[in-house]
Design a protein around this ligand. Structure first.
Ligand SMILES: *[C@@H]1O[C@H](CO)[C@@H](O)[C@H](O)[C@H]1NC(C)=O
Length: 400
């Protein structure tokens, strides 16, 4: 279950950062284009003289490297320079051919990525009363208040005994999530999924962490189609072609394990399947940079790079978090490009849980104060693992 970023980190400097990087990228292509354009203009006007001029120049390639190609103009070129010009045309053409091929491929992919049956807008169903939890199951401390707990400032770094308990909680969360996924099919309600998840968790002697957290009324988050996260299970039946993220957190022996996946309901359109695949890959790539001493900002960089390749956007509002004896703590894990300082430490546990959209990352929250949708109604996909930082990498704890 992700944390909403209200006060922690402001986004403007980050947006400026990503604006700058895309600015430099387009500047680069602009330069290439201008090189090709002015060079081919020149070639057109002098192509007849190239053949005999070529023999005049032999040592001009070094001038190419030192002279800024953007500013030459055909009228000022001597014969000697014109030949390096010719080489430039060849190189620039090759580059521009590559750029053009990449652009065409990207556009074709984007077109096929975006065309899909528009899903009907998500509507709120009826939310059933809270399910009871047997007395013998230990409860987390936040149940005493319906206010959202403050994010704990302490990083959660475990000794070997703590790691064993983290493993157990996370493994249970993963088993529950897998089971929940088997229930996804048309006509099943998210409330039925909640009930099944609740039952399995209490049978394992654990507490469903979302239940009562900041007043959350159910045992699991079920986020359908354009719901980014924190969907409340209700009487809505899943429809053929829906996608649904199920986010399971369990509290076992004093430790939380947190994981989520997006599942397909019936026949899902290919563009949506691709968004799902890429989001899962983003999570894997984010995890791949983790190890003792690595900086947190690498996670956002990797995830953004991969998402951008497909023209997808990374949601900034919801972030990963430290997890362990406390449900939500520092470090905040940003999934987008950022300059947040800080490094990972061996024995530390936190979640990575990127949400990707096909377009805007603006969101709207329903009056229930939880359910958050994309403002443009486009689909959103999320995947999440709890990981343990080791000396050489990261161990995914929420596997079974
Ligand atoms: C949502 O939050 C607002 C402002 O904090 C509060 O007034 C309202 O009662 C909350 N709604 C629910 C359903 O909890």
């Amino acid at each position: 279950m992700s944390v909403a970023q209200f006060h922690h980190f402001q986004t403007p400097p980050l947006s400026v950062f990503s604006l700058l990087s895309s600015f430099y990228l387009s500047l680069f292509f602009c330069v290439i284009r201008r090189m090709v354009f002015s060079a081919s203009l020149y070639q057109a006007s002098t192509s007849s003289s190239f053949l005999h001029e070529r023999s005049l120049s032999s040592s001009s390639s070094s001038t190419l490297l030192t002279a800024p190609p953007l500013f030459f103009s055909p009228s000022t070129l001597s014969g000697k320079q014109s030949c390096s010009q010719n080489k430039l045309v060849v190189h620039a053409k090759r580059l521009s051919g590559l750029e053009e091929a990449m652009r065409i491929r990207r556009e074709r992919e984007l077109r096929s990525t975006r065309k899909f049956r528009r899903r009907p807008p998500l509507r709120r169903g009826r939310v059933s009363p809270r399910l009871p939890v047997p007395d013998h199951i230990p409860k987390p401390p936040y149940l005493s208040s319906s206010l959202l707990p403050e994010l704990s400032p302490e990083h959660q770094i475990h000794d070997s005994e703590g790691i064993i308990k983290m493993r157990a909680a996370c493994e249970l969360a993963a088993r529950v999530l897998n089971y929940a996924g088997t229930l996804v099919r048309p006509s099943v309600t998210t409330n039925e999924i909640d009930k099944a998840v609740h039952q399995m968790i209490i049978e394992a002697g654990a507490y469903p962490s979302p239940l009562g957290y900041g007043g959350f009324p159910k045992s699991v988050c079920t986020s359908v189609n354009e719901c980014m996260c924190h969907g409340i299970p209700d009487s809505r039946q899943l429809q053929d072609g829906d996608i649904i993220n199920i986010d399971v957190t369990v509290y076992l022996n004093g430790y939380h394990g947190d994981t989520s996946k997006t599942f397909l309901c019936g026949n899902v359109d290919d563009p949506l399947k691709r968004l799902i695949k890429v989001t899962e890959e983003c999570l894997e790539r984010g995890i791949a940079v983790c190890k003792d001493g690595a900086s947190f900002k690498k996670i956002g960089k990797r995830i953004s790079e991969h998402a951008e390749k497909y023209g997808y956007s990374v949601v900034e509002r919801f972030v990963g978090h430290g997890v362990g004896t406390v449900f939500h703590s520092e470090p905040i894990i940003l999934h987008h490009r950022n300059e947040k300082p800080g490094c990972m430490v061996e024995g530390q546990t936190f979640t990575i849980e990127p949400i990707l959209t096909m377009g805007s990352i603006e969101c709207v929250t329903w009056p229930d104060n939880w359910t958050t949708l994309t403002a443009d109604g486009g689909p959103a996909v999320q995947f999440e693992h709890t990981i343990l930082i080791t000396r050489t990498g990261a161990e995914i704890l929420t596997l079974c």
